[in-house]
Structures are given as C-alpha cells and as structure tokens.
Ligand binder design. Structure first.
Ligand SMILES: Cc1cc2nc3c(=O)[nH]c(=O)nc-3n(C[C@H](O)[C@H](O)[C@H](O)COP(=O)(O)OP(=O)(O)OC[C@H]3O[C@@H](n4cnc5c(N)ncnc54)[C@H](O)[C@@H]3O)c2cc1C
Length: 373
C-alpha cells in the first residue's frame, strides 16, 4: 500500500550542481546560514581532477570562515619554496615564494575537495554523489527549478547554482554556454616523486607546450601537461621519457583551457567557480576563485531566499564577482599570452631584464587578494 502513496516533493532553498570547491563552499555557507541546501555531484568522492593542486594563499581566509583551515593544513601536503621557470633551451629563472602563513601549499584535490564537501555535509547540506544533472525546468510561476538526474527522482529548489566546472551542464541546459573552442588540452597525473626534486614548483616551457610540476607530499609529484590537441601526444612522450613512465601510463584529461566568461547572476540562477569564469591554470588561482565565488553567491542567495535586502542580491553578487577578479585579470592575460607561445615565453626567460618582472608577477599571483579576503 505504502508504495502507492506519492510523497510530496521536498523543495530545497538552493540546489547546487557540482561539489568542487565552488559548489561545496557555496553549500557550506548556505547551510551555515540555515538554508536547506542540496548538492548534486556526478562523481563518487574522493576523486582526483585535472589540477596543479597548488592552493593560493588567498584561500586561507575562506577556509577559516568555513572553519576548516586547521584541518586543511593537516592534510598531507607539500610546502613550495620556489618557482622555477625553465625555457625551451633549459635556461632557468628561480623565484622565491613567501614562507610561513602565506606559503604556497600543494594538496591533492582528492583530499582537499573531500574535506570541503564533508564540511558542507556536516553543516547540514544534503549531498548526493554519483548523481548527474541531466535536465532543468524553470517553474512557470517563477517558483524555482525542477532538476532531473540520472538517478531517477526529480528535485525541486527555489534557487539553482551552477558549480559544475568549465563544461557546465547547467550553463549548457540554460543556453548560456558558447560553443567550446578546443584550443588547448591538459593532461594530469600523480607520479612517484623523483629523488632530490625538492620543494620547487617547476613551469617548464617546451616546443609542444608547457609542463607544470609540483610535489604534493613526500612521495608524489603532480605532473601537468598543456598543449594544443595536435601536440599533446608529443608532449606525453616527452613526459614518459623525462619521468620514466610506461607508455600506458594513465592520465586525467580536460579541455578547453580558455572559455569566455559568463554573467554570474541570472534570475534564480547563480554561476560560481569555473562554471562562471575560467582562469589560466598557469597562475594557480582557480581554487581560490571557486571557494570565494561560492561564498559570495551564498551571501546573495541567503538574502534572495529570505527576501530581506535593500540592494538586489543578483546585482550585488555580479558586482562582488567582478570585483574579485579586478586588478588580477591582467596577470592572467599575460600568463595566457606567454603559455600560448612557449617560444616567446622562453625568450623572455633568457632576457635578464625581465627577471625582476617574473619576480613581481609571481609575488602578485601568490600574494593574498588586496581586499584581504
Ligand atoms: C591543467 C590545470 C591546472 C590547474 N592548476 C591549478 C592550481 O594549481 N591551482 C588552482 O588554484 N587552480 C588550478 N587549476 C584550476 C582549478 O582546477 C579550477 O579552477 C577549479 O577546480 C574550479 O573549481 P570548481 O568547483 O569551479 O569546478 P570543479 O573543480 O571542476 O568541480 C566541478 C564539479 O562538478 C561536477 N559536475 C560536472 N558536471 C556535473 C553534472 N552534470 N551533474 C553533477 N555534477 C557535475 C564534477 O564532477 C566536479 O566535481 C588548474 C586547471 C587546469 C586545467
């Protein structure tokens, strides 16, 4: 008999698609403020993803407000003391990184993302893993969203958040995503840490593209390769030879590396993290932008759901989102121009006079955001 009784569908205040740093941060802050938050995540955690694993020091402010800064520091990690830029011909420029509280740490994404997601769960967010969002319907009366997944039940929520990364399904289903340009592709893997590697982050330019290398603990090296699709096999062969990897070594892969930015705020829809704007991986800032945009979106969502505001929360979020990137996008543009042409980047490394510029650019990237957040 009970099988025949239709249960009324629970309406969540907010449904968040994706449990990367952006989605989990947004869910945790929403839950912290008492909202009924739902998170739908395609993968089963812990999972790795294509990333250099470097946590920009700006992230610590958000992690503190989430109450997990100490736990994040306790995760297995490596503290990175220098960045080594290596030109195509092998010439090097070594730039020192800040130490102490402001140090650059590398933490495997499997560990970091699982920590932020578990914080959201502990704060009361309902999290469904292995649940892929497949269809969205905006309720005709403006009451919110119906969300369909590969798992069967339909979910309902008043507000929707697209936190599902650079190839956002939410953006695609809402007709916001432009046709992706397959301009570059990235491969990533964790490999045994070569003896004597030290505490360097290496950014190595090669004819085919570039490679980023950073230890993530005492035993493993994060190895990333970035190039045009036509050059990626050659770059993979270089890595196999350089790091003595078997030909069938398995890699995680992602594309595109560049995509136009989307407006982050729409009617009952917020876009956070990579789903809204993708930055050049070279600068190692994406996780910070993801965490912080999740926090900013949560502040706006709480006001929108409660209906208590003077300034339109959508407008407020869009402005705060733009302000977060202001003053930093030129560094990103410069980094992108350099990595799009490894030959030019290499000749810059040769030129002694640009070495102070590399130092100040590195300092700009790893310094906490000027807003102190
Ligand atoms: C080569 C490379 C190196 C990088 N290195 C660094 C670095 O060192 N430091 C740094 O700060 N940033 C780095 N980045 C950027 C960083 O990885 C991203 O900015 C960051 O992961 C963005 O977080 P997010 O939460 O927005 O998205 P993601 O981390 O991509 O999370 C999105 C989540 O959504 C889920 N999802 C997707 N589709 C669906 C769906 N339909 N239904 C349900 N769930 C779905 C996915 O499974 C995923 O868990 C790098 C990027 C690349 C490509």
């Amino acid at each position: 008999m009970t099988d025949c009784i239709e249960r009324p569908m629970e309406t969540f205040d907010v449904a968040i698609v994706g449990a990367g740093p952006a989605g989990s941060s947004c869910a945790a802050f929403c839950a912290l403020d008492g909202l009924r938050a739902l998170v739908l995540e395609r993968e089963k955690f812990p999972r790795e993803k294509v990333c250099g694993d470097c946590l920009n020091p700006s992230s610590w402010g958000v992690l503190r407000r989430l109450g997990i800064a100490d736990r994040a520091r306790q995760l297995p990690h490596a503290i990175l003391s220098t960045v080594e830029f290596i030109a195509i011909g092998g010439q090097k420029v070594i730039v020192g990184l800040p130490s102490g509280e402001e140090s650059l740490r590398a933490i495997k994404r499997s560990l970091f993302d699982a920590l932020v997601m578990s914080r959201a769960r502990d704060l009361g967010a309902q999290i469904h893993e292995e649940t892929t969002v497949t269809a969205l319907t905006a309720a005709a009366n403006g009451a919110g969203w119906q969300i369909e997944t590969n798992q069967g039940p339909t979910f309902a929520a008043r507000v929707l958040v697209g936190a599902d990364g650079r190839n956002s399904t939410v953006a695609r289903l809402c007709n916001l995503l432009p046709r992706p340009a397959r301009e570059r592709v990235a491969l990533q893997s964790h490999i045994p840490l070569p003896a004597g590697f030290g505490s360097r982050v290496v950014l190595q330019f090669l004819r085919e593209g570039y490679s980023g290398q950073a230890p993530v603990n005492n035993d493993e090296l994060n190895l990333c390769l970035v190039s045009k699709p036509s050059d990626i096999s050659a770059l993979r062969r270089w890595a196999e030879q350089c790091f003595s990897l078997p030909h069938d070594h398995s890699w995680h892969t992602i594309t595109p590396l560049t995509r136009i930015a989307l407006s982050p705020a729409h009617d009952k829809l917020f876009m956070v993290g990579d789903a809204a704007r993708v930055v050049e991986p070279f600068t190692g800032e994406g996780i910070y932008y993801a965490l912080r945009s999740g926090e900013l979106a949560a502040q706006a969502i709480v006001k929108a759901v409660r209906g208590s505001y003077d300034v339109d929360p959508l407008k407020e979020y869009a402005q705060a989102h733009a302000a977060m990137y202001r003053g930093r996008l030129w560094v990103n543009g410069l980094a992108r121009a350099a990595v799009l042409s490894p030959r030019i980047a290499s000749s810059l490394i040769h030129a002694a006079r640009v070495q102070p510029m590399l130092r100040s650019l590195t300092a700009k990237i790893v310094s906490p955001c000027s807003g102190g957040l």
